[in-house]
Design a protein around this ligand. Structure first.
Ligand SMILES: [Zn+2]
Length: 517
């Protein structure tokens, strides 16, 4: 009976000290987010222990809707920015548009003493389009326009993009290079936001932050994400580690076809699976929004993109990087890929708020140490009877004790462990663990996700690395072999880069100290 009372107290989350070993781990504290396992889920605080940096808050205040409006008006003034449009004219076509964006970036750089590195990233690509039974192939020089803000670490880069090409794909088709295609919202809005971010960051952070940032307007999104893919592949081929590959695409419309209006919230799209690095990026943005912009809601959508549609974060997700799409809350298909996507229907106060969400995300990521690499959770001990016939070893665990380990993150002064139920959309508990890279977690991790994040000297926190790796279905047995026996929860396709699920791989030596002890 006494035992039952203790269990009841644990489940109720009232007397955590009565919960045995887990109390050592899950002690309430300033970062505690309430008991994991409570049925209500109401104790969830999406901020999950992230903190406000006054320098970042000041940068958000610098974002200027009027300046974004001016940039978009200039982009629209080039008539069309179709990928195959005029590249020679100074007044019409995609060539004039990209030269103007380049000149804007150069102007900001002059004003900050040359703090930006402004460049084109160009490559001739063959672009295909089905037309009836035929395939039309055309070549185009795909030119992305980049403004780098180098950080102290030049190998880690954060990519913040919009696509400056436009089309009237729903009228004349994606190869229509001459019809007027204003693209004021798609994606003049996102491109203008990114140009504004380059201006604000060059002014506010002229010496750069910890990681490097690339503000980029990319080309040929409308023919298949070609400019974004080109840049993502170039970064990988040249040895950069992409912290986040993000896109602002269609971020300025607030009224749907039926008149429904929402100018106070936006959406972010983050790809499967549930513990992917893209999803971690989404949780990070969701949490930051609660701290920096509590009156402008971020609505997380846990899928790659809107149904049947795509965006420039995809190439990063494909390459295993965290990717994220920022987009308006309500779309209007009567004003996309049509001549009606005009300047009069973009709400620039709204675009400025989207740019502020971008700014807090980019600045927070760039201020933090890198996400710990090689995060692993390994079940301690070995269940059942071992080959000597003895019963389980003293540290054996049916899942209640795990060795967590990760690589030290350059610049980190400590780490925080995060816990959530598998059904929770975001983290529910924060456990400071100090400056260690291994510890013992006494929780039933078969039923939860753990994450580890790095904390820098200023309190800036990285995105979390999720663990353990999810189970992968075992392959069918092969004749004469033991195929399938090796199913160890591979990380295939997760993009999470997290380690073994702990079916085997028992680490040598005694278990490390308790996490947070
Ligand atoms: Zn678009």
């Amino acid at each position: 009976m006494l035992l039952n009372l203790r269990v009841a107290a644990c489940l109720g989350g009232v007397l955590l000290s009565a919960c045995g070993a887990s109390a050592t781990i899950a002690r309430p504290g300033s970062n505690s987010l309430g008991p994991v396992g409570s049925s209500s889920g109401r104790n969830i605080d999406e901020a999950a222990g992230l903190t406000r940096d006054p320098n970042i808050a000041a940068a958000l205040a610098d974002v200027d809707a009027a300046h974004i409006r001016h940039t978009d008006s200039m982009l629209v003034s080039f008539g069309t920015r179709n990928t195959f449009s005029d590249t020679v004219s100074q007044t019409r076509g995609i060539g004039a548009a990209r030269r103007w964006i380049h000149s804007e970036f150069e102007r900001y750089s002059r004003d900050c003493g040359g703090c930006l590195r402004v460049e084109y990233n160009a490559k001739v690509q063959e672009i295909r389009r089905a037309q009836g039974r035929d395939t039309i192939v055309r070549s185009a020089n795909i030119v992305d326009v980049l403004a780098w803000l180098p950080g102290r670490d030049t190998s880690h880069v954060i990519v913040m993009s919009g696509h400056y090409d436009s089309c009237v794909c729903s009228a004349g088709g994606s190869f229509d290079s001459t019809s007027t295609a204003p693209g004021a919202d798609d994606d003049g809005s996102g491109s203008s936001a990114v140009v504004e971010l380059a201006r604000v960051f060059s002014k506010r952070f002229p010496k750069g932050l910890s990681s490097s940032i690339i503000f980029v307007t990319v080309a040929s999104e409308e023919q298949g994400l070609n400019g974004a893919r080109q840049l993502a592949e170039w970064l990988h081929q040249n040895g950069y580690k992409v912290v986040a590959g993000m896109t602002d695409d269609i971020v300025g419309n607030v009224t749907a076809e039926d008149g429904y209006t929402d100018s106070t919230s936006m959406r972010i799209f983050a790809a499967d699976p549930d513990n992917s690095s893209s999803r971690e990026l989404g949780r990070y943005v969701w949490g930051l929004d609660k701290i920096y912009m509590p009156n402008f809601d971020v609505l997380p959508v846990w899928r790659l993109d809107r149904i049947g549609r795509g965006g420039d974060h995809e190439p990063y997700v494909t390459l295993g990087d965290p990717g994220l799409r920022f987009t308006e809350r309500v779309e209007n298909y009567n004003r996309q890929h049509l001549p009606t996507d005009d300047f009069a229907h973009v709400n620039f106060g709204y675009v400025a708020n989207v740019a502020r969400v971008n700014a807090m995300t980019v600045a927070s990521l760039a201020s933090a140490p890198p996400t710990p690499a090689n995060a692993r959770a390994t079940r301690q001990g070995r269940a059942g009877i071992d080959p000597t016939g003895a019963t389980a070893t003293p540290t054996s665990s049916g899942g209640q004790a795990w060795t967590l380990s990760w690589d030290a993150s350059p610049g980190a002064t400590s780490y925080e462990l995060l816990i959530r139920r598998t059904t929770s959309p975001t983290w529910e508990r924060v456990i400071p663990v100090g400056n260690v890279t291994r510890c013992t977690l006494k929780r039933q991790l078969d039923d939860e996700w753990a994450g580890i994040r790095a904390v820098g000297p200023s309190g800036a926190r990285s995105m979390a690395a999720s663990m353990p790796a999810p189970n992968a279905p075992r392959p069918a047995p092969t004749p004469g072999g033991r195929g399938g026996a090796g199913g160890r929860g591979g990380a295939a396709g997760t993009g999470a880069g997290t380690g073994a699920a702990g079916r085997g791989a028992q680490p040598a030596g005694p278990p490390p100290a308790l996490c947070g002890a």
